[in-house]
Write a protein that binds this ligand. Structure first.
Ligand code: NAD
Length: 245
């Protein structure tokens, strides 16, 4: 579905991001994955040896516009273009409002929102020159309902939806589609870090009766990146088993 395309996946070292990287590689794309540390990037690449020549790893500071522009230029040099950007890197939060420091709030805003803006800007500049492209952001089911602690996290995801819908309108003239995937509770390290009783409580409220798998979320990233979604832009696609909380 993505033969000959070039994709960048931020936070592609594990979890949903790594599932997206694999899905894109399996479907014929060349992929650049980013991580926060060289060590985790190397570990992810070691597990992708069968795709050698079509996969590369980078670890720019995603909040530094110059570093991101340089990294994306490196991808273009190596693979010839940048057709798809999956903005996936993110952190979660669980602090109560009473304990939430402004520094912690800044940190989550920086990675979950500002980095999405910075990466989208860098990718869109390349895509515009090439005549088009696709940007897919990672939202969350909490972008619809909020959550009862860690208010910074849903705040960033509501904002990601806003960025998605706005950039879809702004970039349509450049043939750049912008969509988001809103996963529900998905089996990754982020979920493993939650207290088991919290995961159980959340799972029991999901109509499909279970948490989602990273591969199921990656399928939505594949659809939105492919020509099957050629008339889909400005959409936030829920992949959450019809979760309501
Ligand atoms: P994860 O913790 O397993 O992976 C996070 C990725 O982000 C890693 O590759 C990591 O290297 C990268 N990252 C973390 N901090 C970084 C930093 N400072 N700079 C650069 N990269 C950094 O997370 P996940 O569960 O796979 O989540 C991926 C995305 O999906 C996030 O945006 C998250 O908000 C969203 N999401 C996850 C769930 C879920 O249940 N797992 C649900 C809804 C949305």
């Amino acid at each position: 579905m993505l033969k000959g395309k070039v994709a960048i996946v931020t936070g592609g070292t594990r979890g949903i991001g790594l599932a997206v990287v694999k899905k894109y590689l399996e479907n014929g794309a060349s992929v650049a994955l980013t991580g926060s540390r060289q060590e985790t990037v190397d570990k992810a690449l070691a597990g992708l040896k069968e795709y050698e020549g079509r996969v590369m790893g980078l670890c720019p500071n995603l909040c530094d516009a110059k570093a991101v522009a340089a990294a994306f230029a490196e991808v273009k040099d190596r693979f010839g273009s940048v057709d798809i950007l999956a903005n996936n890197a993110g952190i979660s939060a669980r602090e109560s409002l009473y304990d939430y420091t402004p520094e912690a709030f800044d940190k989550i805003m920086d990675l979950n929102l500002k980095a999405v803006f910075i990466c989208s800007q860098a990718a869109a500049k390349i895509m515009k020159e090439e005549g088009g492209g696709v940007i897919i952001n990672t939202s969350s089911m909490v972008s619809i309902y909020g959550q009862p602690a860690g208010c910074g996290y849903p705040a960033t995801k509501f904002a990601v939806n806003g960025l998605t819908k706005s950039l879809a309108r702004e970039l349509a003239k450049d043939q750049i589609r912008v969509n988001a995937v809103a996963p529900g509770v998905t089996r990754t390290d982020m979920v493993a870090a939650l207290p088991p009783e919290m995961v159980e409580r959340i799972s029991s409220t999901i109509p499909l009766g279970r948490v989602g798998e990273p591969e199921e979320v990656a399928d939505a990233f594949l659809f939105l990146a492919s020509s099957m979604a050629s008339y889909v832009t400005g959409e936030v696609l829920s992949v959450d088993g019809a979760a309501m909380t």
